[in-house]
Write a protein that binds this ligand. Structure first.
Ligand code: FA5
Length: 352
């Protein structure tokens, strides 16, 4: 067996020294290492019939010869300039060169992650909700009776098909909508959770509305609500101020105006002082010179909503808010136009 190995070795070295073109080199490879009838392959196959002592002796020598043949073939191919030989090592890890920038997070993702971190530090649970939802959770359960004009506040994308999906309840109306608000999670969560409840739901929402510097048809909200005994407006205001203080790393001026949302009573619209012009520029695209930008809706959860979720509305109270996270990111990162988020323009995205 040993003699056969040396015969193969010298024959191979003799043959390879006489060829210089890639096709011939390939022929030699097949003749020695080919899977079916390669001379060395056949010999290696015979190893299994040897005794253990012989295997120990011949096995390593045969493997060594195979490696030698392989590396000699590769060298020969390199000399022949074959494209079959990679010019670089594909198994090496990539290099980060100065002129190639790393990927980075979209500003909405950044603000969401920051909000999640802050809310989690305050004991809020983070949940997700469906973007396509039943009329019940988006409207009816939230105290928007069918055909009530309050539904017109949010221009809705209605879905023109019957969907069957496993849901925790039978719907009074089997109508589906692209959710217009992350508030669609209020009843859904409360139906399944026991108080105390403290959670946030960041997500995408959809409205069939005209777009401008502060409005998109597809935009981002973060819903939050707390339900327990003795929950009050003071706690809502404190929570909002604290969140804004942590996001902007300074005290932020917020303004509460009475606002109507059928699922809260009392309800508020909350504005933040415009950091772009402070109200001094009538041509400011963000606040239009008013000095304030509407950032969120909020209020005390309406007893009808608590009752729809099966809560004893006499015993439990709760507050809820829905922050426009895209608007928040505009003020935090000085973004003058909401439409920039969705345009995929690298000149914009690379700034974050
Ligand atoms: C609501 O969507 C309520 N669900 C908020 C709420 C939650 C109220 C809980 C009470 C209790 P509103 O339609 O105002 O409310 O939207 C909330 C925020 O989303 C706005 O303050 C604004 O920051 C943002 N927003 C609303 N419409 C758009 C839009 N078209 N484009 C971008 N951001 C928007």
């Amino acid at each position: 067996m040993k003699q056969s190995l040396s015969k193969i070795e010298s024959a191979f070295l003799e043959e390879i020294s006489q060829v210089s073109d890639a096709d011939k080199i390939e022929e030699i490879r097949v003749s020695y290492l080919g899977r079916k009838a390669g001379q060395l392959t056949v010999l290696l196959r015979g190893l299994k019939d040897l005794s253990i002592e012989e295997k120990k002796l011949i096995g390593p020598a045969a493997n060594l010869l195979r490696q030698k043949i392989e590396s000699t073939l590769t060298e020969a191919l390199q000399k022949a300039g074959s494209s079959a030989v990679p010019e670089f090592d594909l198994s090496l890890p990539g290099k980060i060169s100065q002129d190639k920038s790393l990927g980075h997070l979209h500003p909405i993702t950044q603000i969401n992650r920051e909000l999640i971190r802050i809310f989690q530090s305050m004991g809020f649970q983070v949940l997700e909700g469906p973007e396509l939802d039943n009329d019940y959770y988006n409207f009816e359960g939230l105290n928007f009776p069918f055909d009530h004009p309050a539904r017109d506040i949010q221009d809705t994308f209605f879905i023109d098909s019957k969907i069957t999906r496993e849901e925790p309840r039978d719907f009074t109306r089997n109508d589906w909508v692209m959710r217009t608000q992350t508030s669609n999670m209020q009843v859904r969560v409360l139906e399944q959770a026991e108080p105390p409840v403290r959670c946030i739901i960041p997500g995408r929402v959809f409205r069939n509305e005209a777009i401008d510097a502060t409005h998109e048809h597809t935009f981002y909200q973060l819903e939050g609500f707390v339900v327990d005994e003795n929950i009050n407006i003071g706690q809502l205001v404190w929570t909002l101020k604290e969140i804004f203080r942590q996001i902007f790393k300074q005290e932020v001026k917020l303004r509460l105006r009475p606002g109507f949302f059928p699922f809260v009573e009392p309800g508020y619209e909350v504005d933040m002082f415009c950091v772009f012009c402070g109200g001094s520029d009538v041509s400011c695209k963000v606040c239009k010179g008013l000095g304030w930008v509407e950032m969120l809706g909020a209020g005390m959860i309406h007893p009808n909503v608590l009752a729809a979720a099966g809560y004893d509305a006499g015993r439990y109270t709760g507050f809820a808010f829905g922050i426009g996270t895209g608007r928040l990111a505009m003020l935090k990162y000085n973004i003058p136009d909401y439409r920039l988020y969705m345009q995929g323009d690298l000149r914009f995205l690379e700034q974050f």
